[in-house]
Design a protein around this ligand. Structure first.
Ligand code: TYD
Ligand code: MG
Length: 461
């Protein structure tokens, strides 16, 4: 009897499988993301067996009697990365490094390969995207040339595992998971089923032999490339490498970490000799110039356990009132910008409907926390009225829909950093009891509402 060929429809965004085509994914709500793919033959699903034990049967154990085996870790020697991973890389860790093309993923992992090789680790760098000579050229540029990194220019999964069956390295780097492919699966490299199958095979290897594996995964701005979202469920750790292409600053952020916290970020600078760890965070703001320019405000943001004082810049321009007003935010969520503008219009009667508004965080940092609101509101207001502040001032506070201000968390830590950087005044919410206890010597101006805060600043208009 002829073998029945079965097909299924896979969401290219999250990997959800359905027997029929769907317009909208019920799992991740993405529209028009379903692609028809042949079902992988049953034999390929062998990788779904347990990775956590050899093929011996184990009985259930009472939870309190489970013997914990401490994760063995080693430090790569790049403190920004080690702290993001959680005190180094754990043996058997399965790590995804995602980021837009060209952001520096291959550069970072080649440096990781070199630092690990220098500690005597056998590193296998699988390059399925660039040729061996391209990697060599990068290694020369990074001064990372060493015979201890084994370069494997291969994208066929069977060939890769044929090698790995005979040779077990201490660290594997796969550059990238979207370009390796499994011949038995009909679909093209980079599709969800290819990416999932490849990742599962590396996962099995990693867990059975306790070898850490780094996978590189590309994501575009729209997040449309198949893979990374599917991979997020499979891997132990998801790192995202982000930054503005025009800026040299790169931020490494853990969004999932089974071996550590997701509270830490690594900050790097892309130089001619690769990625350097950035210790001096004053790059993001220069308080001495802030009284000179309208439309700029400073805010201490918490990134992981560190405070980074960033500069927010705003520009409002009259658009003649004939077109729909532009609202463009970079480094800050566009929705927050809309909210701030709405609050300015409603409670301060600032007429912005005929103005385009551009908002930018200097240095390419993406600020997620809402305590940046007050600085954004001030920057927009100050650009609109062409107002400048006379002193080295910073702003912090979340703006509520009612126009009220909420205090940031860890206020003392933020104030200490501002003091260290030479700020003199801080505008903030009065709701925090920490305001009373402050002993930094900074001049604190606390307000309950955004309108009170900005009206107080009208004296500089
Ligand atoms: P790359 O690591 O190839 O990015 P990805 O793997 O994420 O696609 O890095 C790409 C960019 O980094 C490229 O535009 C050149 C730049 N770069 C430097 O500025 N300095 C360096 O030392 C290296 C190796 C790359
Ligand atoms: Mg690359």
């Amino acid at each position: 009897m002829a073998k029945k060929i079965t097909t299924q429809f896979i969401c290219t965004s999250c990997g959800y499988a359905s027997s029929k085509w769907l317009g909208r994914c019920p799992d991740c709500s993405t529209w028009s993301a379903f692609e028809e793919q042949r079902k992988a033959p049953a034999s390929q699903h062998k990788t779904t067996r347990s990775f956590f034990r050899e093929n011996t049967s184990v009985d259930p154990v009472p939870l309190d009697e489970v013997v914990r085996d401490p994760a063995i870790r080693w430090k790569i020697g790049m403190s920004e990365l080690d702290s993001v991973l959680g005190e180094g890389v754990a043996e058997g860790a399965f790590i995804l490094l995602g980021g837009e093309p060209g952001i520096g993923k291959s550069t970072l992992l080649l440096q990781v390969a070199y630092l690990s090789a220098r500690q005597g680790k056998r590193v296998l760098y699988i390059t399925a995207e660039e040729s061996a000579s391209q990697i060599k050229a990068r290694a020369e540029r990074l001064n990372c040339l060493t015979p201890d990194i084994l370069l494997f220019p291969e994208n066929d999964l069977d060939a890769i595992f044929e090698y790995l069956d005979m040779n077990v390295p201490d660290l594997i780097i796969v550059d990238s998971i979207q370009t390796v492919f499994c011949q038995e699966i009909q679909s093209a490299p980079g599709t969800v089923s290819q990416v999932r199958e490849s990742a599962l095979r590396f996962l099995e290897f990693s867990k059975n032999l306790q070898v850490p594996v780094f996978l590189i995964g590309h994501v575009t701005k729209e997040g449309v490339v198949a893979g990374p979202r599917v991979l997020e469920h499979i891997v132990d750790t998801v790192l995202y490498f982000e930054g503005d292409k025009d800026s040299q600053i790169r931020i490494l952020r853990a969004v999932k970490n089974r071996f550590g916290t997701t509270n830490e970020v690594g900050i790097f600078e892309m130089t001619g000799e690769g990625l350097q760890e950035l210790q001096d965070l004053s790059f993001f703001s220069h308080p001495e110039k802030n009284h000179l320019e309208p439309g700029c405000a400073f805010v201490p943001t918490l990134e992981g356990t560190r405070v980074i004082v960033v500069e927010v810049q705003a520009l409002t321009t009259f658009n003649g009132g004939f077109s729909f007003p532009k609202r463009m935010a970079s480094g800050i969520d566009q929705k927050r910008l809309s909210l701030i503008v709405a609050v300015l219009e409603k409670y301060l009667k600032v007429q912005l409907t005929q103005y385009d508004i551009y908002l930018n965080v200097v240095g390419g940092l993406k600020v997620i926390e809402p305590f940046v609101d007050l600085a954004c509101a001030y920057a927009i207001w100050s650009s609109h009225y062409n107002v400048t502040l006379p002193h080295r001032a910073a702003f912090m506070g979340e703006i509520a829909l009612t126009g009220g201000l909420r205090s940031p968390t860890q206020l003392t830590k933020r104030l200490n950093e501002l003091k260290k950087m030479g700020f003199q005044e801080v505008y903030l919410s009065k709701t925090s009891p920490e305001v009373e206890k402050d002993n930094t010597g900074l001049q604190l101006h606390s307000f309950g509402k955004l309108s009170e805060c900005l009206e107080n600043l009208l004296q500089y208009r």
